[in-house]
Write a protein that binds this ligand. Structure first.
Ligand code: C5P
Length: 317
């Protein structure tokens, strides 16, 4: 096979999903977005991306979920954003295998986009700083900048201000996705000033993590949760199912509808996961993912890794 001079060995990268441990909505902004304060956390549920060189230039994209397989996918748009910012024409084919449910509040599409920015920045030796990548990320969507960093982070503004926090002590996470699709714009639009929160829940969790205190997980607040539960009875049913199965801390992630429960003990998490699975709920048993691990989700971007070589000697295929 002749791949041409610019051939680089194909490689896989992982795009972790997130949960919002807290999500304070402080108010509506003049630009129509909402001012947020949130502690976000990557979890081990992940999509898989394959990057492959195209000798003839151009961008090809394939996603195994037909509804997501098009040029309006954030993966494709992330490549285009990088090309516009840098003038790069190098050809790339990206294949995306989805594991993270869409419209679930778990940031799957945003994470895929951030992984593309990070991976191509390294693969094409673009030399963009984290700040520049975050700027590009913010142009793609409010949740994308967080995923440039991953781990545990304080996210503010529209989502573009991301401050790393010390990693949350490792926890097991049961995710339950009620079978309803919630549109994020509709969820935000439905909010009234009564739903706005002060930001205290986020500030409290951020200070506890910074002080190395074990955070009080029952103080977590998700501003969108009450209204989504009210509008979508299936979400309330999911919450009741988790509590009846024995989960103590149950919250909704982002604009939902996915619910999460946190556990220190795998035994307990496993018991609850099995019980919900048997009752026919769509559930996953995952864990929190640290910032170092999220950064290493790309074979070439982990701590101490050398940048890509033309030979692609570390390639996975
Ligand atoms: O930025 P993104 O396109 O992902 O946001 C989707 C929608 O979610 C926005 O159109 C807006 O309705 C809502 N949103 C918001 N405030 C934010 C983030 C998102 O109102 N901070």
């Amino acid at each position: 096979m002749n791949h041409g001079a610019s051939y680089l060995k194909p490689f896989f990268a992982r795009a972790y999903a997130k949960i919002n441990l807290t999500l304070d909505v402080l108010g509506r902004r003049p630009d129509g977005y909402h001012e947020l304060a949130s502690v976000m956390q990557t979890v081990s549920l992940a999509d898989t991306l394959l990057f492959r060189s195209l000798a003839d230039g151009g961008t090809e994209f394939f996603c195994d979920v037909p509804a997501l397989n098009g040029t309006d996918n954030l993966v494709y748009r992330a490549v285009q954003a990088l090309r516009e910012a840098t003038g790069r024409e190098q050809g790339v084919r990206i294949e995306l295998q989805k594991q993270t449910p869409t419209q679930g509040g778990l940031g799957g599409g945003s994470s895929d986009a951030a992984r593309v920015l990070l991976a191509l920045n390294a693969w094409w030796k673009l030399g963009m700083s984290q700040e520049q990548l975050m700027d590009l990320a913010a142009g793609l969507g409010s949740d994308v900048p967080f995923f440039v960093l991953g781990g545990t982070a304080l996210v503010e503004g529209r989502g573009e201000r991301v401050t790393p926090l010390p990693d949350l002590p490792g926890l097991w996470v049961v995710l339950l996705k009620p079978s309803v699709a919630v549109s994020t714009p509709a969820a935000f639009r439905a909010l009234t000033p009564d739903d706005y929160t002060t930001g205290q829940a986020t500030a409290r969790l951020a200070s506890a993590l910074r002080a190395d205190d074990l955070p009080l997980l029952d103080g977590l607040v998700i501003a969108l949760e009450a209204r989504i539960c009210q509008d979508y009875p299936m979400v309330t049913e999911g919450r009741v199912a988790l509590v009846e199965a024995g989960a103590q801390v149950v919250r909704m992630s982002g604009s939902g509808p996915t619910l999460f429960a946190l556990f220190q003990s795998l035994e307990q998490a496993q018991r609850i996961y099995q019980a919900l699975l048997q009752r026919g709920w769509q559930v996953w048993l995952v864990r929190t993912v640290s910032q170092a691990e999220a950064g290493a989700a790309d074979p070439y971007l982990g701590p101490g890794d050398e940048p890509f070589s033309e030979q692609g000697s570390q390639g996975m295929l």
